[in-house]
Design a protein around this ligand. Structure first.
Ligand SMILES: NC(=O)C1=CN([C@@H]2O[C@H](COP(=O)(O)OP(=O)(O)OC[C@H]3O[C@@H](n4cnc5c(N)ncnc54)[C@H](O)[C@@H]3O)[C@@H](O)[C@H]2O)C=CC1
Ligand SMILES: O=C(CO)COP(=O)(O)O
Length: 348
């Protein structure tokens, strides 16, 4: 009998073999989605205790306490073992460690494989989006790379709460293949071809969620939250359009959708970390109190770099950077944002 949320396969249909690199909260959850969608899944992680628990108890209590994982996931610390025969290679490590991680695994990736980035960041050393880093590190053409991004808080998906996402690739065949591999009764991927827009939305919404968290931690209410979300979307759109994104992406799942989820949820690490800062913790204290990967802490610097190079104004992102890395008090950030010269409300 099929478990709730899983997809029935036709008898005799060969299973897609997928390797997921990174056994954190999203890597483990996406491995579960792929398994529920009928794939044979290998989950590669660095932590032998996590790997052992996935294999013996079908749980990852470190990142997803209380969640029972489906059958069909085999975890391993051996990258060669994880990647052998895998037609889909999913990358779910922190953005700033992706290049180094992939360089070490590259020789084991099958020549026909498609790579999928789940990461929402921009590399500090190069200002590259993660699909660009994956393409460089694995020496793959962009036609064999997809990204998955949307309002996708891992724990809610691990609980099979109904969720949609975007699978984006410049190659429609690659997007369709990845979407088919991760379609379940609770997870619905849409496809698009705007990799630039989808990735920028995913990276910058983390910075905006930090700003919302700071405001809420300081005690400001929903007017402030809605103001930051709305003007945050303007910043994301401005940067995206300057870098060649499709305007249709920003009001979609990867844009507005993810912004709303991340800025609203206590499950978001970026939102939570921002809240700790707003309550007066230092950056180091806030990182320790949050746990997990809050990509916006580092990516705000590379996003600002991209904006400067493109001649785009991103005042909220600049404020978040100043609070996190230059010691600006949250009240001073609010004052600086509100005292900017008056202007018409538009994206320009
Ligand atoms: N958790 C979520 O709800 C979502 C996360 N994402 C993105 O997915 C990516 C991964 O995030 P999570 O799984 O949530 O992070 P996490 O913090 O739960 O786990 C990160 C994983 O990467 C491993 N790792 C850490 N440093 C490493 C290194 N130097 N080399 C190799 N592996 C390393 C850790 O051992 C851990 O298994 C991030 O870019 C995040 O923005 C995207 C959508 C949802
Ligand atoms: O990207 C996410 C939801 O779509 C998860 O956000 P955090 O990385 O802030 O937890």
């Amino acid at each position: 009998m099929t478990q709730p949320g899983t997809i029935d396969r036709q008898p005799g249909t060969p299973r897609t073999v997928a390797a997921v690199l990174g056994s954190g909260s999203w890597g483990t959850t996406f491995a579960a989605v792929l398994a529920d969608a009928g794939c044979e899944v290998r989950l590669w992680g660095r932590d032998p205790d996590v790997v052992a628990q996935v294999n013996t108890e079908r749980r990852n209590d470190k990142r997803l306490p209380g969640i029972e994982l489906p059958h069909g996931i085999r975890a391993t610390t051996d990258a060669r073992d994880a990647l052998a025969g895998a037609g889909i290679v999913v990358v779910a490590v922190p953005s700033q460690s992706a290049r180094e991680t992939l360089a070490a695994l590259r020789e084991h990736v099958e020549p026909h494989a498609v790579a999928v980035s789940l990461m929402k960041g921009v590399e500090l050393t190069s200002d590259e989006r993660m699909s660009e880093v994956v393409a460089d590190a694995l020496a793959l053409p962009e036609s064999r790379i997809a990204v998955v991004s949307g309002p996708n808080l891992a724990r809610e998906i691990a609980e099979h709460q109904p969720t949609a996402t975007v699978v984006s690739s410049t190659d429609p065949g690659t997007a369709a293949l990845v979407a088919a591999a991760c379609t379940t009764g609770y997870f619905r991927p849409y496809t698009n071809a705007d990799v630039i827009g989808v990735e920028l939305c995913g990276a910058v919404k983390n910075v905006i969620a930090l700003a919302v968290g700071m405001a809420q931690g300081r005690g400001f209410g929903l007017n402030t939250t809605a103001t930051i979300i709305t003007r945050g979307l303007v910043e994301i759109t401005r940067l995206g359009l300057a870098l060649g994104a499709d305007p249709a992406t920003f009001p979609g799942l990867a844009g507005m959708g993810d912004l709303v989820a991340t800025c609203s949820s206590p499950l978001s690490r970026n939102h939570t970390l921002g809240k700790h800062m707003g309550q007066g913790l230092s950056l180091d204290e806030a990182i320790a109190a949050t746990g997990g990967t809050a990509e916006g802490v580092k990516s705000c610097r590379s996003v600002l770099d991209l904006a400067r190079k493109a001649g785009v104004d991103m005042p909220i992102t600049a404020g978040v950077f100043a609070v996190l890395h230059e010691g600006l008090p949250v009240d001073d950030m609010a004052r600086a944002l509100l005292s900017r010269p008056q202007k018409a409300e538009s994206v320009a």
